[in-house]
Design a protein around this ligand. Structure first.
Ligand code: TMP
Length: 237
């Protein structure tokens, strides 16, 4: 597959055209940002880990009946994916209180919910990714009611699949963010990435943070945490 001109550069990935109009190449960087780009840094080796981890998890999700954009891993940092138009919603599932949930509602981190929660943010950096509900998304024509229902169904299915898998690895899946896209034929598929950048992953025994919160909160040991979750994943996948 021939890599052609760069289409887009995001905070953590670059996206390139290919000679097939329905396929793109994503190239994972080591750049890390937080707080809508206000905090910037590098997590050495992150691109390699996130590329591999996201691909392994998406292949697993495909087996569980969740369609994804994944096509083929091309190199340590590059993956061939289906070209989709991204639904501009950040879809967040939570199993345990943490992060903005704990802050917004004034509760401690670590409260285990009886049922997972779902929330949407409007993917818009200028506005700071504001929280929105499904009615707002439909009103703004970001997605149809049917598409939102499909996205919700897939997001909860991703949670069931990944929660079980990470538990086998000795990791608690606290929360995560998904993005979905629409293919040229109108199919909704899971897109973007699933990695320690986009999930909160805690050691099941100690609750030690093994994800990007180590970078966001200056906890140190960022690279080691990414390597640790990757090691546990490859031992169990
Ligand atoms: P939050 O608690 O800060 O809202 O984050 C919820 C989850 O979403 C957490 O696993 C981190 C992930 N996330 C992203 O992937 N990208 C983002 O821009 C933000 C704010 C959170």
């Amino acid at each position: 597959m021939q890599k052609q001109e760069q289409l887009y550069e995001g905070k953590a990935k670059k996206v390139f055209k290919t000679d097939d109009p329905n396929l793109l190449i994503v190239d994972y960087k080591d750049d890390a940002t937080a707080f809508n780009g206000l905090k910037k840094g590098t997590i050495i080796g992150k691109g390699v880990i996130n590329n591999r981890m996201s691909n392994l998890l998406m292949q697993r999700l495909e087996k569980d009946g969740i369609p994804t954009h994944f096509v083929e891993e091309l190199s340590e940092r590059e993956t061939l994916v289906k070209k989709v138009s991204i639904v501009p919603l950040e879809v967040i599932i939570r199993n345990i209180s943490a992060g903005s949930f704990a802050k917004r509602f004034g509760v401690d981190e670590g409260i285990v919910f009886d049922e997972p929660t779902i929330e949407f943010s409007y993917k818009n950096d200028e506005l700071g990714d504001p929280l929105m509900n499904a009615y707002h998304a439909i009103a703004l024509k970001l997605a149809t009611r049917e598409e939102i229902e499909t996205i919700k169904k897939y997001a909860f299915a991703v949670n069931e699949s990944l929660k079980k898998f990470w538990a086998e690895c000795g990791v608690t899946l606290v929360d995560f963010k998904l993005e979905f896209g629409k293919t040229s034929s109108g199919e909704i598929v899971l897109a973007d990435e699933i990695s320690p950048d986009t999930c909160r992953l805690w050691d099941s025994k100690t609750n030690e943070k093994l994800d990007k919160d180590r970078f966001r909160r200056d906890l140190g040991g960022v690279e080691d945490a990414y390597a640790e979750v990757m090691k546990r994943l490859t031992a169990h996948i």
